[in-house]
Design a protein around this ligand. Structure first.
Ligand SMILES: [Zn+2]
Ligand SMILES: [Zn+2]
Length: 123
């Protein structure tokens, strides 16, 4: 269970905005009706269509090649580059994973490097 931390952001005019109590969409700037908004990727959006469009932009902005997500210390999303070890629910190899940021699903292979350490026997 993760604590949701309330973050206050100081805006340009010295005004303090509560990030978890937003009323206007970060993408189109229009008011969001109750229950129609989504907090995602550090912002607040109309679930439809703004967040859907925002996700497409996030994915478009990330240029993936296979080396960027090859044997990374964290599971890294091949669609947006998001990698945060705390945010993944991951159990087994071959499972589809949904990105906590762009919500795309992808396959993940866990690579375990086995190493051996040997020492001389004590006399
Ligand atoms: Zn919007
Ligand atoms: Zn992603």
């Amino acid at each position: 269970m993760q604590l949701v931390q309330k973050t206050l952001v100081r805006l340009g005019g010295g005004e303090v905005e509560d990030r978890w109590n937003k009323t206007h969409c970060d993408r189109c700037g229009k008011k969001v009706d109750q229950g129609k908004g989504i907090y995602a990727d550090g912002g607040f959006y109309h679930q439809e269509p703004c967040w859907e469009e925002q996700k497409k932009d996030i994915i478009k902005a990330y240029e993936w090649d296979e080396y960027k997500t090859f044997r990374e210390p964290n599971i890294t999303c091949p669609y947006c580059g998001y990698g945060d070890s705390d945010s993944w629910e991951y159990s087994d190899d071959g499972e589809e994973i949904e990105c906590g940021r762009c919500e795309m699903t992808f396959e993940c292979e866990r690579v375990v490097d086995v190493t051996y350490t040997t020492v001389r026997k004590k006399d």
